[in-house]
Ligand binder design. Structure first.
Ligand code: ATP
Length: 343
């Protein structure tokens, strides 16, 4: 496997209105390998967007090394820009244009054959709606149009910042299916989100960020296993006696009102079944309670507060300066090539 994204020691500080500074990302590391659908997970304000912007050359890092497809960012991004699609802000489309026309203009501006337009509309499931005006699209359809715009270049790497934001459950499911299809087609996908369930459903790998620092990274299964409290759901004929016996062998037991015992501290089930069975108590249920990404996330990011700032001011006092970003990017990566794309 080869790394398509490598970030080491990224640090980014923003100036605030009161001449203080706020550390948005602080010594952050991340590696995304080719072929992964990689979740970039963190609470609001933890530094995800800042990291992605730095990676795409939309904001200057104070320190750290960033590489995209082997090219160092921001200096060499132009070399790989044609192989990367990215949506880091909600793209603004002209409502009066059709989806097809929007993409055709973007294709021409980006030097992409216009024959790609039908292909990408197909890929995102908008082929039937391509001749409708964008202002009649649902939010989910607009998001898919945005993804279609990022796919025009047939990228090897797709970077999506919070693509599920604002979508209803049906829209989320569509976005999920789209990402799966792209992954099957061999596209490496980096997707940021604060929605844990989404990441768990879509991604095979995850990097978790809190307060600008990486707090966990790896295969989703491994991250979960690393936080397995070895808990079991147990039903037994005499719950109170069962609880007592299990406590006597050093396990933690909580008796729930429906007589279910939640037993902790047992990596294997045998200790539970032999302890109870040895005393003539029949076990009716013995089910492992697997941690989900949500509980791991909450544990890892517990107490996460907005990133520090040196003058103690509130987060909202920040100057919107220093981002190098205007509000209307359509294909964000074109900015790294010094071009602007207007529909
Ligand atoms: N242009 C800016 N000027 C000042 N502070 C900023 C700027 N951009 C981001 N920040 C601050 O940096 C911190 C990290 O923000 P960032 O947008 O990277 O977080 P995030 O994880 O993407 O959050 P969300 O999930 O809410 O989008 C926040 O405290 C934010 O207020």
């Amino acid at each position: 496997m080869s790394a398509v994204i490598e970030i080491a020691g990224l640090r980014k500080t923003f100036r605030t209105l009161r001449r203080g500074s706020r550390v948005a990302v602080d010594g952050f590391d991340m590696v995304v390998e080719a072929g992964q659908v990689h979740g970039f997970l963190g609470p609001n304000g933890s530094g995800k967007t800042t990291t992605l912007r730095a990676l795409l050359g939309l904001v200057n890092a104070d320190a750290g090394e960033l590489r995209v497809l082997g090219a160092s960012a921001p200096e060499q991004l132009g070399r790989v820009a044609g192989r990367v699609g990215a949506i880091v802000e909600s793209p603004q489309f002209f409502g009066n244009f059709t989806g097809h026309r929007t993409l055709r203009l973007l294709a021409v501006a980006g030097g992409v054959p216009t024959s790609r337009v039908d292909e990408v509309l197909d890929q995102v499931g908008l082929r039937d709606r391509g001749e409708d005006r964008v202002k009649g699209y649902s939010l989910g359809m607009k998001q898919r149009l945005a993804v279609a715009s990022a796919l025009l270049k047939n990228p090897e790497l797709l970077i999506l910042d919070e693509p599920a934001n604002g979508l209803d459950p049906a829209g989320m499911r569509e976005m999920r299916e789209l990402m799966r299809t792209l992954a099957e087609a061999g596209v490496t996908v980096l997707v940021s989100s604060h929605l844990l369930a989404e990441i768990q459903l879509i991604c095979d790998h995850v990097t978790i960020i809190a307060r600008g620092r990486r707090v966990a990274a790896g295969r989703v299964d491994d991250v979960l296993a690393g936080h397995d409290p070895h808990e079991w759901r147990v039903r037994v004929a005499e719950p109170e006696r069962g609880a007592e016996l299990l406590r006597m062998v050093g396990l933690t037991v909580t008796v729930h009102p429906d007589d279910v015992l939640v037993v902790g501290g047992a990596p294997e089930s045998e200790l539970i079944s032999s302890t109870l069975g040895g005393q003539g108590l029949w076990v009716r249920e013995l089910t492992p309670i697997r941690p989900d990404l949500e509980s791991v996330f909450l544990e890892l990011t517990a107490g996460a507060t907005p990133p520090r700032q040196s003058d103690g001011t509130a987060a909202d006092d920040a100057l919107p300066a220093d981002t190098g970003a205007a509000a209307e990017p359509l294909i964000e990566l074109d900015r790294t090539e010094g071009r602007r794309v207007d529909a």
